[in-house]
Design a protein around this ligand. Structure first.
Ligand code: FAD
Length: 164
């Protein structure tokens, strides 16, 4: 794996990583089939157990991203938050503070009804911050995709000290 170019920005604190995952709300899912890349923004839910990150996505049951996932379940994802623009005296001193997480995962279509209901509750908890209960009928009309994350990194770009 390549290291980060500016290691001072890497985040390893689990609490800070889960704060980013709670805050971002939208992830970009990167797919590729036969040398054709595709990115789709999506809402997500997550669980973090003993440092193992799992993401859940939901979708209509048809479409390009699902066709691509069936052909190649190996994906990359990115999510970010804490956007704060800052100014400088010259253009190259302008910038944007941010926090982000990105990583590699294998996508699995969740077919088991119990797991689908749990996944949708996790998704709503991440998105809305509340527990919702789903029944079989509600989950039957959506596709649920689990991303088993094999590696991820988190990064924070702060506002420069002299501007705080
Ligand atoms: C903030 C945000 C959150 C979203 N959350 C979800 C979610 O949780 N679940 C979900 O299923 N979808 C979500 N969407 C919509 C998602 O980005 C896709 O539009 C949708 O999933 C259909 O994708 P598809 O590959 O099936 O496209 P198809 O319906 O098969 O469309 C094919 C073509 O439409 C175009 N297209 C598709 N999506 C977009 C787009 N977003 N913007 C511009 N052009 C597009 C592309 O050119 C693509 O080749 C979200 C979008 C945004 C912006």
């Amino acid at each position: 794996m390549h290291g980060m170019t500016k290691r001072e920005f890497q985040i390893t604190d689990p609490a800070e990583i889960t704060r980013i995952l709670d805050t971002a709300k939208v992830l970009r899912l990167g797919l590729a089939v036969d040398n054709e890349p595709y990115i789709v923004p999506m809402n997500y839910g997550y669980t973090m157990e003993d440092g193992k990150l799992t993401l859940y996505l939901h979708s209509a049951v048809r479409g390009k991203k699902l066709d691509m996932l069936r052909k190649n379940p190996n994906v990359f994802f990115e999510l970010d938050c804490d956007h704060v623009p800052f100014e400088g005296k010259v253009p190259c001193q302008y910038g944007l503070a941010y926090s982000s997480v990105m990583g590699k995962a294998k996508a699995v279509f969740v077919e088991d009804v119990e797991e689908k209901m749990t996944a949708m509750s996790v998704l709503m908890k991440t998105q809305i911050g509340r527990e919702f209960t789903f029944n079989e009928r509600l989950v039957s009309i959506v596709a649920v995709i689990r991303l088993d994350v094999s590696e991820f990194t988190a990064k924070h770009r702060p506002i420069p000290e002299n501007l705080r």
